[in-house]
Design a protein around this ligand. Structure first.
Ligand code: NAD
Length: 475
C-alpha cells in the first residue's frame, strides 16, 4: 500500500490540516492501492503564502539560473524513471509499455522544451526609447486531470518555472502519485522552497479555495468543461487570469486518395490511445462515402486486434478506463449510440470477453453516425469511434467544424494541396497532416469550447507572464 498523507509546502512535507484521507484505486483491479491527504482551505492558504513569499525573489532570478534549474529537473526526472512508470501503471491503469513510451517521455520532453525555449526567449525588448518587459505573473494555481499524470502537470510546471512564477499544484485525486514523485524530483533538483507547492485533495476542498484565493494571480486548468467553467467563475471575482485546456471531439478526415490500410491504422490508434482518454482523440472519423464499406471492414479487423488487458503485461496496448464513474459514462454513451440508431460495427456494451475485474471497456466502432447524434457531439473519453461518411470535401469540412469544440483535427491522404487546404479550413488549434509527430515546441490549445490560451514550449511560458511597458526608459 502506498501512503503519502502529507502536503509538500514551502520545501517540506507537512501534515495536512484536516487529517482526512482519500483512497486511490487501481482501475485494473478495482482495489485500493494507496492513500493520500484530503487537503482543505487551510492547506491551500499555507501553500499560497509560501509561493507568495518567494515570488519576487524567484521572479528576479537570472534566466540562466532558472534554465539551470530546469536542467537539473531533467536529470532528476530521468533518475526516477522506473518509479514514475510504476506509479502511472497503477493509478491510471496505463499499460506499462505506454507508461514508459508515452507518459514518462511526455513529462520529460516538457522540462527539456522549457529549457530549450529559455535559450532564446526575449524577456525584454527595446522599442525606440522605451522598454517592454515580460515578467512572471505571480502565484499560479495549477489544477490538472488524471488522463496524463506527468504530461498535464509537467507542461504547466515547466512553463511556470521558466517564466519565474511560483505555483501551487492540485493534481487529480485519481492519479496523485506521479505528482508526489514530481515533488520529490523538484526537491532533489534544488527547486527553491516555496516555488513548488503540492496540495492533494479533491476539487471542492482544494481546487475551489485555490481558484478563489486573492493572492493567486492566475489559474491554469486542464480538465472538463464543467469544471473549467466553475474555475473561471470563481477566478472572476478578483479578475484572475485564467488559462483553460478543456475537451474535444476532433475530426479525423480521410481523403479519397488515402492509403486505406495506413489510414485505418492511424484512425484506430487515434481512438484507442490511452484507452480513448485523450482530449485530442480523433473520434469522429470522416470517410468518403465510396470508401465506407472497405474502411469499416478493415477498421473492424484492426480494432478487434487491439490487445486490451492487464496493464502490467508488456504486450498490452489498452488498459482499463480510469474509474468506475468514467467507465459508466463510456457505457452510457455506447448505449446512446445504439438508442439513437448508429450501427454497432465492433465492440459495444460491457467488458471484453474473458475480463471480469477492472474497468475495462470494449474498443468500439459505430457506423452510420450522423453528426447531430450525441456520440458525434459529446466527448466520450473512451475507445469509441464514430464513423461519419461524406460526399464532398466541402461537406467534410462543414461536418468537421460543426461542433462546439475546436481542439484538434487530423487529415489523412496524399494530395499535398488538398491536405493543406483541409488543415487550414478546420476551426481548431492543432491540425496534424498524416502521421506527422507533434513536437513540444508547437503551441497546444483549442478554439471555441476547447479552451482559452496556449501551452507547451515558448507559447506556454508566455501564459505565465505579464507585460510591462516603461516609456522613456532610454531617454
Ligand atoms: P475534471 O474537470 O473532473 O477534473 C479536473 C481537475 O479539476 C481535477 O484535479 C479535479 O479534482 C479538479 N476539480 C474538480 N472540481 C473542481 C472545482 N469545482 N474547482 C476546482 N477544481 C476542481 O476532469 P477529469 O475528469 O479529471 O478529466 C477529464 C476531462 O478533462 C475530459 O473532459 C477531457 O477532455 C479534459 N481534458 C482536457 C485536456 C486538454 O488539454 N484540453 C487534457 C486532458 C483532459
Amino acid at each position: 500500500m502506498r501512503r503519502n498523507i502529507k502536503q509538500y509546502i514551502n520545501g517540506e512535507w507537512m501534515d495536512s490540516a484536516s487529517g482526512e484521507t482519500i483512497d486511490v484505486i487501481n482501475p485494473a483491479t478495482e482495489e485500493v492501492f494507496g492513500v493520500i491527504a484530503k487537503g482543505n482551505k487551510e492547506d491551500v492558504d499555507k501553500a499560497v503564502q509560501a509561493a507568495k513569499d518567494v515570488y519576487i525573489t524567484f521572479r528576479n532570478t537570472p534566466v540562466k539560473e532558472r534554465q539551470e534549474m530546469l536542467g537539473r529537473i531533467v536529470e532528476a526526472y530521468k533518475a526516477r524513471k522506473e518509479d514514475l512508470i510504476e506509479a502511472m501503471t497503477l493509478e491510471l491503469g496505463s499499460p506499462v509499455t505506454k507508461s514508459e513510451q508515452v507518459h514518462y517521455q511526455s513529462g520529460l520532453k516538457h522540462f527539456q522544451a522549457a529549457y530549450d525555449a529559455l535559450e532564446n526567449f526575449e524577456f525584454e525588448e527595446r522599442r525606440g526609447n522605451n522598454l517592454v518587459i515580460k515578467e512572471a505573473i505571480g502565484v499560479a494555481g495549477l489544477v490538472t486531470p488524471w488522463n496524463f499524470p506527468t504530461n498535464q502537470t509537467s507542461l504547466k510546471l515547466a512553463a511556470a518555472f521558466a517564466a519565474g512564477s511560483p505555483v501551487v499544484l492540485k493534481p487529480s485525486e485519481l492519479t496523485p502519485f506521479a505528482a508526489i514523485i514530481l515533488a520529490e524530483i523538484f526537491d532533489e533538483a534544488g527547486v527553491p522552497k516555496g516555488v513548488f507547492n503540492l496540495v492533494n485533495g479533491d476539487g471542492e476542498g482544494v481546487g475551489t479555495p485555490l481558484s478563489q484565493h486573492r493572492d493567486v494571480r492566475m489559474m491554469s486548468f486542464t480538465g472538463s468543461g464543467g469544471t473549467g467553467s466553475k474555475i473561471m467563475e470563481q477566478a472572476s471575482k478578483d479578475f484572475k487570469k485564467v488559462s483553460l485546456e478543456l475537451g474535444g471531439k476532433s475530426p479525423f478526415i480521410i481523403l479519397d486518395d488515402a492509403d486505406l490500410d495506413e489510414a485505418v491504422q492511424a484512425a484506430v490508434a487515434k481512438v484507442v490511445n490511452n484507452t480513448g482518454q485523450v482530449c485530442t482523440a480523433g473520434t469522429r472519423t470522416l470517410v468518403p462515402e465510396q470508401l465506407k464499406e472497405a474502411f469499416l471492414e478493415k477498421a473492424k479487423a484492426e480494432m478487434e486486434n487491439v490487445k486490451v488487458g492487464d496493464p502490467q503485461q508488456a504486450e498490452t496496448e489498452v488498459g482499463p478506463i480510469v474509474s468506475e464513474k468514467q467507465y459508466n459514462q463510456v457505457q452510457s454513451y455506447i448505449q446512446k449510440g445504439i438508442d439513437e440508431g448508429a450501427t454497432l460495427v465492433s465492440g459495444g456494451l460491457g467488458k471484453p470477453d474473458g475480463i471480469e475485474k477492472g474497468y475495462f471497456a470494449q474498443p468500439t466502432i459505430f457506423a452510420d453516425v450522423v453528426n447531430s447524434m450525441t456520440i458525434a457531439q459529446e466527448e466520450i473519453f473512451g475507445p469509441v469511434m464514430s464513423v461519419i461518411t461524406y460526399k464532398t470535401l466541402d461537406e467534410a469540412i462543414a461536418i468537421a467544424n460543426d461542433t462546439k469544440y475546436g481542439l484538434a483535427g487530423y487529415v489523412f491522404g496524399r494530395d499535398k494541396e488538398v491536405l493543406r487546404k483541409v488543415a487550414r479550413s478546420i476551426e481548431a488549434g492543432m491540425l496534424v497532416i498524416n502521421e506527422s509527430e507533434r513536437t513540444p515546441d508547437l503551441p497546444f490549445g483549442g478554439y471555441k469550447q476547447s479552451g482559452i490560451g496556449r501551452e507547451w514550449g515558448d507559447y506556454g511560458i508566455e501564459e505565465f507572464l505579464e507585460v510591462k511597458s516603461i516609456t522613456g526608459y532610454y531617454n
